[in-house]
Design a protein around this ligand. Structure first.
Ligand code: G3P
Length: 226
């Protein structure tokens, strides 16, 4: 499984990129709003992320009709070679994805919650599909169970006939809120987990690692003083 960072915060992206495990970034309108960014700066902000990260960077279209989404997507894709256009799972989004896939513009189909939505996204030619986990948990449903159904269903079929740039569709576990989500996403075979900065940091940590490190340091001090 690959790790993407789910943020638009440049500081977080720079830090995580320096750790050597970051394979991409996903942003959305909420994450960009959280940075305090203005509409006029949005394209430059995405360009900046694309310079920092050597991997796919999802930038979301907020258009609602297929023609507007396609126009928006072409502009976003022109910003950098590693831009992936994020498009919500809806009829207009599917239609736009079909057009964009034929042009070789990679799409990350977002706000995906069900197996039929995921299969339709793949059939339309999405390069990435983002089933959400945490938002199911928010409404007292089992987000991991929903993710496992999407992973199993997509893996039942060969979507190679509608790949973008010869690459197969990949599932991004999104709306990830904990290391437990990451563990389970990896065990069920999700290709990617997109993880907020704080959660990614927690994924590196374990109390036994801290305790072991502490013991090694203390014992090494004894060696130095012997
Ligand atoms: O980027 C989409 C998704 O990961 C958002 O997560 O935590 O807002 O449900 P969340």
């Amino acid at each position: 499984m690959k790790f993407f960072l789910d943020t638009a915060d440049l500081g977080e992206i720079e830090k995580a990129a320096s750790w050597g495990v970051l394979a991409g970034v996903t942003t959305n309108p909420t994450l960009y709003a959280r940075t305090g960014g203005k509409l006029a700066d949005f394209h430059n902000h995405i360009k900046r992320i694309c310079e920092i990260v050597d991997g796919p960077v999802s930038a979301e279209s907020v258009a609602m009709t297929r023609d507007e989404i396609v126009r928006d997507a072409r502009e976003l894709a022109a910003l950098a070679p590693n831009v992936v256009v994020k498009i919500p799972t809806m009829i207009e989004g599917l239609a736009a994805t079909r057009t964009l896939a034929k042009e070789g513009i990679p799409v990350n189909m977002t706000l995906c919650f069900t197996v039929p939505q995921a299969i339709m996204a793949a059939r339309a030619g999405a390069r990435y599909i983002s089933p959400f986990v945490g938002r199911f948990d928010d409404i007292s449903e089992d987000g991991l169970e929903q993710l496992s159904q999407v992973v199993a269903a997509i893996n039942n079929y060969n979507f190679s006939e509608n790949t973008v740039r010869g690459e197969q569709v990949e599932i991004i576990a999104a709306s990830v809120r904990s290391a437990h989500h990451v563990t389970q996403a990896a065990l069920m075979g999700a290709d990617i987990a997109t993880v907020p900065f704080g959660t990614l940091k927690k994924c590196v940590q374990h109390p036994l690692t801290d305790r072991g490190l502490d013991a090694f340091m203390k014992d090494w001090e004894k060696v130095q003083n012997a």
